[in-house]
Design a binder for this molecule. Structure first.
Ligand code: F6P
Length: 350
């Protein structure tokens, strides 16, 4: 039976979004005669009732496109008066049978609430460069972003080496250190600082001084935007702006600059910092993300054909499997101790 499916992308964009959509549209139309509609700008589009048809012709050339061609927002319907009811009303007005929501913990958390409290059939797939969604081994977008971090280190190394400097690279990822740790190890960072392990600046300086005594003339540091620095007896994160968005998130950033200044004072090495920022998120997805995302899209159409709702599709080993959307609403997946230990092997030990 033909179904009308709305698709939306919420939260920060991530490479792979357009390829999930392309996979779902191809599979859904060819195999099940579904009709697809783009809901613009995430949950904002459902609240405002803005959608347009999406055909195979529309998505045919989306194999290499980055960002979200549907637009994205950090709108949380449950922060708007009667938002849940409004979503249900528009879902009915639009004549939809199901919604595909592509997002991280916030977007998929809303998808779960709309499914469990407002009876809207939703399915989702785990998007985020932060790689911090519970229930999946990996999120799409992460592979592309972490490759950008690695490439940044490859470039930064030659200039740090020429000028005998410390170079601090600030990496996105919010309160999880996946991008910093994996990108840092791949890029050969000497020290990796992530939110999971609050750090003391004097310990970092000691490690750098050890490196110096071993004859090294420069150093590379990977630091997460959400890493926590211990000051005297307090531990804090550094924010650009303390205001919170509709999901309660502050805008992180600024730790790289502070760290470079403090380490210069403590080591006598000249220090500089760079913030990779949105360069990590923008541009075309890697082959892995295009492939992973295409598989997710195809499998989403299959799940809808079986009326299997309230689920997100995740990667377990090499298989794509459904788990309850409730898992997405269960906090974030941080880096476990055994993975942190891997990064430590490459650090100087004073
Ligand atoms: O969640 C993805 C992410 O890129 C985080 O790593 C980062 O902290 C945040 O989004 C930045 O958000 P914005 O693009 O709204 O500045």
């Amino acid at each position: 039976m033909s179904k009308k499916i709305g698709i939306l992308t919420g939260g920060g964009d991530a490479p792979g979004l357009n390829q999930v959509i392309r996979g779902a549209v191809y599979r859904g139309i060819k195999e099940y005669e579904f009709e697809f509609f783009a809901i613009e700008d995430g949950w904002k589009g459902l609240l405002d009732g803005i959608l347009h048809p999406l055909t195979i012709d529309d998505v045919r050339d989306w194999s290499f496109e980055g960002g979200s061609l549907l637009g994205s927002s950090r709108t949380n319907p449950f922060k708007h008066d009667g938002g849940g009811e409004k979503c249900r009303e528009n879902f009915e007005k639009m004549g939809l049978d199901a919604i595909i929501a592509l997002g991280g913990e916030d977007t998929l958390g809303v998808a779960y609430k709309l499914y469990s409290q407002f009876d809207i059939p939703t399915v989702g797939a785990p998007k985020t460069i932060d790689n911090d969604l519970p229930g999946t081994d990996q999120c799409f977008g992460f592979d592309t972003a972490v490759n950008r971090v690695m490439e940044a280190f490859d470039r930064i190394r030659t200039t740090a080496r020429s000028h005998h400097r410390i170079l601090v690279v600030e990496v996105m990822g919010r309160h999880a250190g996946w991008m910093t740790l994996v990108g840092g190890v791949a890029g050969g960072a000497d020290i990796i600082l992530i939110p999971e392990e609050p750090f003391n600046i004097d310990d970092v300086a000691r490690k750098l001084n050890k490196l110096k005594t071993e004859g090294r003339k420069y150093a590379l540091i990977a630091v997460s935007e959400g890493a926590k620095m211990k000051f005297a007896d307090a531990t804090d994160i550094i924010t650009q702006d303390a205001r919170v968005d509709e999901f309660g998130h502050v805008l992180l950033g600024g730790i790289g600059n502070i760290l470079a200044k403090e380490l210069q004072k403590r080591t006598g090495w000249e220090a500089r910092h760079i913030v990779l920022g949105h360069l990590q998120r923008g541009g075309a997805p890697s082959a892995f993300d295009r492939w992973f995302a295409s598989r997710l899209g195809i499998a989403l159409a299959d799940q809808i054909s079986q009326d299997n709702y309230g689920i997100m599709l995740v990667l377990k080993g090499s298989a794509i499997v459904p788990v309850s959307l409730e898992e997405a609403a269960n906090g974030i997946r941080t880096v476990p101790e055994n993975i942190i230990e891997i990064a430590k092997i490459f650090e100087p030990h004073p």
